[in-house]
Design a protein around this ligand. Structure first.
Ligand code: AHM
Ligand code: MG
Length: 343
């Protein structure tokens, strides 16, 4: 996107500063934090792109807090993001998928708390399929108090002050929101800068793609089974049958949903009674972005961002995307709720 006044492109750094200048009282700390994440994202992107060459691919032999094997790039991304956030001393703690408890940073008086999924979709790393980093930013509940604890970080998604993701795909892009719409930036590798590519992105109200791991069909509740059948039935009036698309990287699947509309689902099932995806660093940030774009995100009952978290790594089912698609799946979930195999 080109600045109409100057007729030149706008970098992420410039855009963040311009946005900050619209708020005369702003301290600039949140802007700095977003710039820190942007810097780490560039370093991670470089490493993701040359992963095959440098033999960084593959598992490092350890498991993370969820018992999943950790790939080397997960650890690299985790370290880069945490050290970028540590540098400007604005953030007091980080909670990351790769770390069991809270990670206290050097400035324990910092007023921000950042949740991270440093490299989401890591099972796709070895096969060159898109992966992403997700971040979610909160103000600390009790600024200035001596002890940092998980309780400071346990806040519902509606309290997020900013959230975003970086998608390492055919190009690397960053999407973020501070609650004033969604902005998109594309990394130009030749100059090493994220360039503004779109502002105030809106998700279509209705989409024709459904995205869910259908291999797990037999472990789903009846309502979801019936909804997926509904997606497959021909009805020109509602543009059905819908197309099925599933990458297996939430960032990539949700990004496609943001741009083309439709729905992404990771449900509860007999295998995952509370769903698989993590509330605080996967579902809340992506819900914030999709809501800011005019879409919806729910668990089986209500809005994802209104869930009061009980633990930093808790999981939730998620149904996220275009308003009409999410409302339709909710109708099915409600109708068959009494027959749910997991209730
Ligand atoms: P990860 O954080 O370990 O990479 O797992 C999360 C990923 C999501 O990106 C994706 O939507 C989901 O796991 C895919 O799971 P499944 O293979 O069960 O469909
Ligand atoms: Mg993840």
């Amino acid at each position: 996107m080109v600045d109409r006044k100057t007729n030149r492109v706008i970098t992420l750094e410039e855009y963040i500063i311009q946005a900050q200048n619209k708020f005369p009282g702003a301290t600039g700390e949140l802007s700095q934090l977003l710039r820190d994440i942007g810097l780490a994202a560039k370093i991670i992107s470089r490493e993701v792109n040359k992963a095959g060459i440098t033999n960084i691919l593959g598992e490092d032999g350890s498991t993370n807090v969820h018992g999943e094997s950790v790939k080397k790039l997960d650890l690299f991304a985790d370290r880069q993001l945490i050290s970028a956030l540590n540098r400007s001393e604005i953030t007091c703690m980080v909670i990351s998928e790769e770390n069991d408890g809270i990670v206290e940073l050097d400035n324990d008086g910092g007023k921000y708390i950042v949740y991270l999924d440093p490299l989401d979709g890591s099972s796709n790393i070895d096969v060159n399929v898109s992966i992403g980093s997700i971040f979610s930013i909160y103000m600390r509940k009790k600024p200035g108090s001596d002890e940092l604890s998980e309780d400071d970080a346990l806040q519902p998604g509606v309290k997020q002050v900013a959230a975003g993701y970086v998608l390492y795909g055919s190009s690397t892009l960053m999407a973020y929101t501070t609650g004033l719409g969604v902005s998109l930036f594309t990394l130009d590798p030749s100059i090493g800068e994220f360039i503004l590519s779109d502002t105030d992105v809106k998700i279509p109200d209705h989409g024709t793609i459904y995205s869910v791991n259908e291999g797990s069909y037999h472990s789903w509740d009846k309502g979801l089974k019936q909804y997926v059948k509904y997606c497959q039935v021909e009805d020109p009036a509602t543009k059905r049958p819908y197309k099925a698309r599933y990458i297996g990287s939430m960032v990539a699947d949700v990004h496609r949903t943001l741009i083309t509309g439709g729905i992404f689902i990771y449900p509860n099932s007999s295998q995952y009674p509370n769903g698989k995806l993590r509330l605080m660093y996967e579902c809340n940030p992506l819900s914030f972005l999709i809501e800011q774009a005019g879409g919806m995100a729910i668990d089986c009952e209500g809005r994802i961002m209104e869930i009061n978290p009980e633990s930093i790594h808790q999981r939730t089912p998620i149904f996220i995307g275009s308003k009409q698609n999410v409302l339709k799946v909710k109708e099915f979930l409600d109708e068959y709720a009494p027959e749910s195999i997991n209730s």
